[in-house]
Design a protein around this ligand. Structure first.
Ligand SMILES: O=C(NC/C=C/[C@H]1O[C@@H](Sc2ccncc2)[C@H](O)[C@@H]1O)c1cc([N+](=O)[O-])cc(O)c1O
Ligand SMILES: [Mg+2]
Length: 214
């Protein structure tokens, strides 16, 4: 049977990356996506912006919406302090299966909890099921029409505290207009746009960093 693109991406990781070396996993995926097949990872250019936000914030608790193959999961988790935790939500079981192997290859399974399911169902269960009070950082990279409803849901569930940071991918391409308007207009957020390019292309895209003011 035909392999899927995520499976071929995983093959490239196993072939070209060193077990236990997250940077080599990131490099192998970027190389695969540039030379072989484009895939919707945040990529190396926006990835550097993601890295700078993570290292500045030094978060203890991170929530990622949309794991896909685990590229940004590995980027973030590789920068977390010792007892920090990253919870990543993935809806598609096939993507989740690939992501688990990518995360394991990077040697980051102890820092990452991949939960299969839809963000809309899982967010209300966060505090009870996953023993999380609030998130220091949320990386939004899932279905673009879910960014706004899930942000409102996180507010309602008390998962954001003063200083929590939302970092959203693809605010230009494919675009998340309602989300962007909300965080930029709301007095409860201090928002900042980091201009970049759509992964592996010259098309404009960017990340929006929004600090929750409480
Ligand atoms: O569509 C994009 N991303 C959607 C990503 C979706 C990912 O999140 C879950 S959905 C889900 C739902 C609910 N809860 C958790 C996960 C999907 O199974 C997939 O793994 C996208 C598209 C482009 N592009 O150029 O077309 C570029 C990008 O960087 C993108 O992120
Ligand atoms: Mg994206």
């Amino acid at each position: 049977t035909q392999s899927t693109r995520p499976q071929r991406l995983l093959g490239a990781v196993k072939k070209n990356a060193t077990r236990g070396d997250p940077r080599s996993v990131v490099k192998a995926i970027d190389q695969f996506c540039r030379q072989k097949e484009w895939a919707m990872n945040v990529g190396d250019e926006k990835g550097c912006i993601l890295d700078s936000v993570v290292s500045e914030l030094n978060p203890a608790t991170v929530l990622e919406l949309g794991t896909y193959c685990g590229y940004s999961t590995v980027r973030i988790a590789s920068m977390l302090p010792p007892h920090a935790k990253l919870i990543t939500l993935e809806f598609n079981p096939d993507y989740a299966a690939v992501a688990r192997q990518v995360i394991a290859w990077a040697g980051l399974e102890d820092k990452v909890q991949l939960v299969e399911g839809a963000s809309g169902d899982l967010i209300p269960k966060m505090s009870e099921q996953f023993e999380v009070e609030t998130f220091d950082l949320v990386f939004l990279d899932h279905w673009k029409d879910r960014y706004l409803p899930d942000t409102k849901l996180m507010e309602e569930c008390g998962l954001l505290k003063k200083g929590s940071v939302l970092l959203a991918d693809n605010v230009i391409c494919p675009g998340t207009p309602e989300y962007l308007e909300y965080v930029r207009a709301s007095p409860r957020y201090e928002s900042q746009y980091f201009r970049s390019h759509l992964e592996y292309t010259k098309v404009e895209d960017g990340l929006e960093k929004s600090v929750f003011l409480g």
